[in-house]
Write a protein that binds this ligand. Sequence first.
Ligand code: ASP
Ligand code: MG
Length: 436
Amino acid sequence: MKVLKFGGTSVGSPERIKHVASLITRERRNVVVLSAMSGTTNSLVEIAEYLYKGNVPGAQETLNALHAKYMAVIEQLLGTMQGKAKAASAIGRVFSLLRSYFSETLTEAGEKEILAQGELMSTALMQCYLEEQGINSVLLPALDYMRTLQSGEPDMQHINARLRRMIDLEPDADIFLTQGYICRNDHGGIDNLKRGGSDYTASIIGAVLEADEIQIWTDIDGMHNNDPRFVEGTKPVSSLHFEEAAELAYFGAKILHPSCVLPAKLHNIPVRLLNTLEPEAPGTVIFNTTPDRKLKAIAAKDNITAIKIKSGRMLLAYGFLHKVFETFENHRTSIDMIATSEVGVSVSVDDDSRLAAIVDDLKHFGTVTVDRDMVIICVVGDLEWESCHFQSQVLAALADIPVRMISYGGSNYNISVLVRREDKIRALKALSDKLF
Ligand code: ASP
Ligand code: MG
């Protein structure tokens, strides 16, 4: 059994919904997780914002536009009068519920219920369409099994017990359809797994059902080995270790958030990134792979500030780094890269909102220099340090690019360098040329 998750753009129009239907019915008895149609959750957020501000006409306008959009979808998606009527009544119920909030003061619980309607609508529409196609699709309402604990973490035991029972009760089902993102909290109230949470839903379901695979379907053919916006000829990476994926995710690579794939990682379930527009392409599989000693991908993170603290007092002294780190902690600013020498330390941060105050405090400990507009370039792979060529290859590729900092050996999985913004594209291209 597999879990297949489709994001908002994949179900963003009647044609796309039909296309997804054709993909999910190729195998039997998989669990399909759907996001809301693209734009819907944003509109629902907007409606809630208007209601909080007491601007009912604003909410009304957004709601009417959304309702019209869904009526047009129904018209194009369904072929029979019966199908159209069934879908219209399901969608009609959602919009009546949303309208019922216009006459009361919005509470947090109300807001959560409003935000849940996107996934409820996308799955209802898919269910109507599959029924019309003669497919025995069973809808598993997420609000009946997906639950979080007081800590906000998923209640895996509860989810496991409920979900397995619901599936066992349907031996004839061709496929199971469910909502991403939405859940109940420990009080039983409607809640959600935060924006973008459908990936998390898929990961949780895959983990509790011990799925063969979790498939995340989007509009790109997996994780590329460099940023296609700046480098030509990038290629999808065929496989990544969960740790490599986590390194890349921080660097803004178009990939899943590490916390979303944690249940999959812990239960050893492969996560495959696939492309709805190119369903036969192999995509990228993320797994607890065996070591393969390969460089896999390059990613960059912009708007980095480097701060150097130089001090004669650092020489042979203990406690210096502690004071430096404590300063950043006091200003709730996290450090990304670190490079040390006997007379100084350089760190990089991506949040410079407290920079002036941090620099001011650091001046107690040494001479402080700041370099702005820097970029971290991160090369990810299975870089076991005893295989001595990885670091030399990376540095050789950057032979004529000024490098402000280097970080290597923090994990087995990355080498990071800090360069000037104006050198970023040149560095990305040089690395792609030399490494792949
Ligand atoms: N519909 C939700 C959102 O837009 C959840 C998701 O798409 O993953 O954030
Ligand atoms: Mg998403």
